[in-house]
Design a binder for this molecule. Structure first.
Ligand code: ADP
Ligand code: 5GP
Length: 346
């Protein structure tokens, strides 16, 4: 009821809020229902992975953005049936072996993990491909995109901008894979403070001498860049070890042993790599012409067309009791049950 009052007051004042998030594409009508601090919007006649949307009106994210922007704000978030596994955030000083460990994990478990492709303003290295290792971008473009709310987190690292877009993480989860983020300590802190629940791992070198050797042997940076990265490494290691951001600290001395420890903490020791990938997201088929009502934390979507076949006359009970995430990313944790046609119920 509070939300209804708030919406009415906005409408009376003719306030046009700033709309954040990716908007749903237009469709042949929709139904909607007020639900706690957001509006559930069900699109009619859309594809099964594009039917459920939330327009957040007074969630934590919206309140934060309202304060930050100084205007009224609403935010779109796409609804997804089922949950995604917690993403894994890996941080550590440059040259410690994060990329090497991530590559080993993705090679052994290709259908289980997906990499969050960050944006960066630094120049590509020889073997790096745009869209695979990073989205290489211009500073002015990235700054504009940061303002528009495209990024889950961003930071200035070793003199360049780096950032994780909301979409980079969500596309991995949409594919039914567990997302791995390779980001610096500032980025890890921002993710910790966001609505994204993740596991945080900090990778430490055995010594500063060994870190320097690895950076030099990699041969991808100029002398000036190597010195800058080494200067920053000391502070990163101190923060990584002492802050409350990280759940695990891994020492990367012997690579194989470190990789084994990584697999163990992810519950993958003894895991057969050829196992089928995690269950594909369940799909929901909403009746094209429907009405929607709310009973506690269940949404009843009832078919209102006559003369359709039995399957399309089915009603659906959408369970919104365990929602996770939300704007600026997807709203996950939805569940549903087909409850037969309303004729059968009456
Ligand atoms: P990061 O992604 O953390 O910057 P990389 O994965 O690129 O680091 O590793 C830096 C260099 O160190 C690479 O040349 C890599 O082959 C090497 N390396 C990684 N782990 C080890 C290790 N445990 N022992 C020796 N060399 C390593
Ligand atoms: P590199 O230039 O060696 O690829 O990365 C330099 C540093 O930037 C590494 O510490 C890496 O973890 C960090 N980094 C890469 N992508 C991101 C990102 O999206 N956000 C943040 N905050 N740091 C990133």
């Amino acid at each position: 009821m509070e939300l209804a009052k708030q919406l009415l007051s906005l409408a009376k004042k003719r306030v046009h809020p700033t709309v954040l998030g990716t908007k749903p594409l237009s469709c042949n009508g929709h139904s909607a229902v007020l639900f706690e601090n957001r509006i559930l919007v069900l699109k009619k006649g859309s594809k099964s992975d594009d039917q459920i949307w939330f327009l957040e009106v007074d969630t934590e994210y919206v309140r934060q953005q309202r304060k930050k922007l100084g205007t009224e704000v609403v935010a779109w978030s796409k609804g997804v049936i089922g949950n995604a596994e917690k993403p894994i955030v890996i941080s550590g000083p440059s040259g410690v072996g994060k990329g090497t460990l991530i590559s080993m994990l993705m090679k052994e478990f290709p259908s289980m993990f997906g990499f969050s492709v960050s944006h960066t303003t630094r120049a590509p290295r020889n073997m790096e491909k745009d869209g695979v290792h990073y989205h290489f971008t211009e500073k002015s473009v990235m700054e504009k995109e940061i303002k528009s709310g495209k990024f889950l987190e961003f930071a200035s690292v070793h003199g360049n901008l780096y950032g994780t877009s909301v979409e980079a993480v969500e596309v991995v989860a949409d594919a039914g894979k567990r997302c791995i983020l390779d980001i610096d300590v500032q980025g890890a802190r921002s993710v910790r403070a966001s609505s994204l629940e993740a596991i945080f791992i900090f990778v430490c070198p055995p010594s500063m001498e060994e870190l320097e050797k690895r950076l030099r042997d990699r041969g991808t940076e100029t002398e000036e860049q190597i010195l800058k990265r080494l200067r920053n490494a000391q502070a990163e290691i101190e923060q990584g070890k002492s802050s409350n951001i990280f759940d695990f600290i891994l020492y990367n001395d012997n690579l194989e042993e470190c990789y084994d420890r990584l697999k163990k903490l992810l519950g993958l020791d003894g895991f057969v790599a050829t196992s089928p990938k995690s269950a594909a997201p369940r799909e929901i088929n909403l009746p094209t012409d429907h009405s929607v009502s709310k009973i506690d934390d269940k949404i009843i979507i009832s078919c209102i067309s006559s003369g359709l076949d039995k399957e399309s006359k089915n009603s659906i009970m959408l369970d919104v009791s365990s929602l996770k995430g939300g704007a600026p990313g997807r709203t996950r944790g939805l569940d549903f049950q087909v409850i037969g046609s309303m004729d059968q119920l009456s």
